[in-house]
Design a protein. Structure first.
Length: 541
């Protein structure tokens, strides 16, 4: 799961802030209570030999994009209940720095911040998408290598990594560097959460079944358009293609790089990519694909869905199905359901879909200019202990959750918010489990979050797509990272410009071969060699 570029500045802003949380037993609902009595108390210098003389910091500065569900009710994370509680526990005052905008806008602000040399103490983002990679960020003095600091001052995270060596492999670079306090999905059921969605009430009116193939989708969308007075019924943005490979995956490829039996390939130069573009171009010409798809942001998308203009889209179980069903609860007809990831032929199993890795690159790094890195490490480590685990996944006991039969159960403050907030916004006030951050996500969150039958059914539908060819989270070394960045920066802009032109018809598809040759001239084959080397090293870790 980072920001991006060119004509489309939105994608998954993935992120949101940070600092803590997590667990001691990978996705266990009940963290080991024996650790609670041993957890160092705020500013307790006798909390253990390795913690001697290391207090929580008095203050720190923290840069992270503000998740939309948080920004809906607060100006910064300092206003959230989770961080007010954390300040009570640690005594640490945080100066929050939230870049404005989405996607490419956030990325631009990040790069300007690096160029200014005026860095905060902590930066949370997807470090695997940073230009030249995390090893280079360490070598050039942007962030610290954390291995030794974690071993000496982060007993909770150290314990977790020792118990989960497969996760430790993921969060390290090929050079052996740990560069951030990671966001970790602590259970398999937390890794699938995104896919095709459509209006069931409108589908019922068409008399058609839930579409399973590209052809069936086209028939449904044509029927939707006719029912909806000619309004283009379908929204599918480039960021959404990148998240789950929906629709493009039916042709056997993703939008970007993938692992074809140990060989790295680039989906957007394969012959099948032209087939995908041909379908999208046809849907655009027929008025099935919303012409605003290239400039779609959250507010515009919300408006289109809630006013009945958009009848099919690709989104999340929570901030898609859950959010819109909540917003439209007073409309008895409005109902959303999921569809499986489409294939070309009936009865085929989907090759591509959304399936996250336990670790996706999101984490909180400590910058080289931080004056008290040992104390910051201790502060971040709180999230990976039992008390921090509960705080970041469930919030404040007695307010946002209670303990029932040994399990954390959300209260009506979350599930039936008295201020009538959507569940995602209520959650964002109290904890980070509904998006991400530096902590271990607990499956107890998703078991309660997906309260609607349609949400539970969505997971069943979407998890059938295995995405076995997904490229693992490789880490090109600093030199490779520089070369990849120098080539891909311009290549990505060109690629997305051409994607839009091909779909909208401003560039004829008979120029596809010319487009591929331009990719080669821009250096895509060199990037493939570098990505291949990184994959080979990863497989040997």
């Amino acid at each position: 799961m980072g920001g991006k570029r060119g004509l489309i500045s939105y994608f998954m802003v993935f992120i949101s802030l940070a600092v803590l949380l997590a667990a001691c037993s990978g996705g266990n609902n009940n963290p080991d209570d024996t650790n609670a009595k041993d957890a160092p108390k705020p500013n307790d210098n006798n909390a253990g030999k390795e913690m001697e003389a290391v207090n929580y910091p008095e203050g720190l500065s923290y840069w992270v994009s503000l998740n939309p569900n948080a920004s809906a009710t607060m100006a910064n994370l300092g206003e959230s209940k989770i961080y007010r509680q954390l300040e009570k526990v640690t005594g640490t005052k945080v100066e929050w720095i939230h870049p404005a905008g989405e996607g490419a806008q956030i990325e631009e602000q990040f790069n300007l911040m690096l160029a200014s040399k005026k860095l905060p103490d902590v930066i949370e983002r997807n470090w695997l998408t940073v230009s030249r990679g995390p090893d280079d960020a360490i070598k050039t003095g942007t962030i610290l290598r954390l291995n030794e600091l974690i071993e000496e001052h982060a007993p909770n995270l150290t314990k977790y990594l020792n118990e989960h060596p497969e996760i430790k492999k993921m969060i390290m670079t090929d050079e052996g560097n740990i560069y951030s306090f990671p966001f970790i999905r602590g259970h398999e059921k937390l890794m699938v959460f995104f896919g095709p969605i459509l209006r069931k009430d409108m589908l019922d009116k068409t008399g058609l079944e839930v579409p399973a193939t590209i052809d069936e989708w086209e028939k449904v969308l044509e029927a939707f358009k006719e029912l909806n007075n000619g309004e283009p019924p379908f929204v599918h943005t480039i960021p959404n293609i990148q998240v789950g490979q929906a629709f493009i995956g039916a042709f056997g490829i993703p939008l970007e790089f993938y692992n074809d039996n140990g060989v790295v390939k680039y989906g957007s130069m394969q012959p099948e990519y032209k087939d995908f573009l041909t379908v999208m171009n046809r849907w655009y010409k027929k008025g099935l694909l919303d012409p605003d798809f290239a400039a779609m942001d959250t507010k515009l998308m919300d408006s289109k869905v809630t006013t009945g203009k958009t009848l099919a889209f690709v989104s999340y179980t929570g901030s898609g199905i859950g959010k819109f069903m909540g917003l439209m609860k007073d409309d008895p007809e409005f109902e959303l359901i999921s569809a499986p990831y489409p294939t070309l032929n009936k009865g085929e199993n989907a090759i591509w879909g959304q399936r996250d890795f336990p670790y996706t690159g999101i984490g909180a790094a400590i910058t080289k200019t931080a004056k008290n890195p040992e104390q910051i490490v201790k502060w971040l480590d709180y999230a990976y202990g039992p008390e921090g685990h509960n705080l970041f996944n469930f919030g404040i006991e007695g307010e946002s959750y209670t303990m029932i039969d040994g399990k954390q159960v959300y209260t009506d403050v979350i599930m039936k918010n008295p201020d009538d907030l959507p569940i995602t916004q209520a959650m964002a006030q109290y904890f980070r489990a509904s998006y991400n951050g530096p902590f271990v996500q607990d499956p107890g969150y998703i078991e309660q979050y997906l309260e609607l039958p349609s949400q539970k059914e969505a997971l069943v539908n979407w998890e059938k797509a295995k995405s076995d060819m997904k490229l693992p989270l490789t880490t090109p070394n600093a030199e490779e990272g520089r070369k990849i960045a120098s080539i891909m920066t311009d290549l990505k802009v060109f690629h997305e410009e051409m994607l839009l032109k091909f779909i909208m018809g401003t560039e004829p598809l008979d120029k596809f071969d010319e487009y591929v040759e331009t990719l080669k001239a821009m250096g895509i084959e060199e990037v493939l060699k570098l990505e291949q080397a990184a994959l080979d090293r990863y497989l040997k870790r």
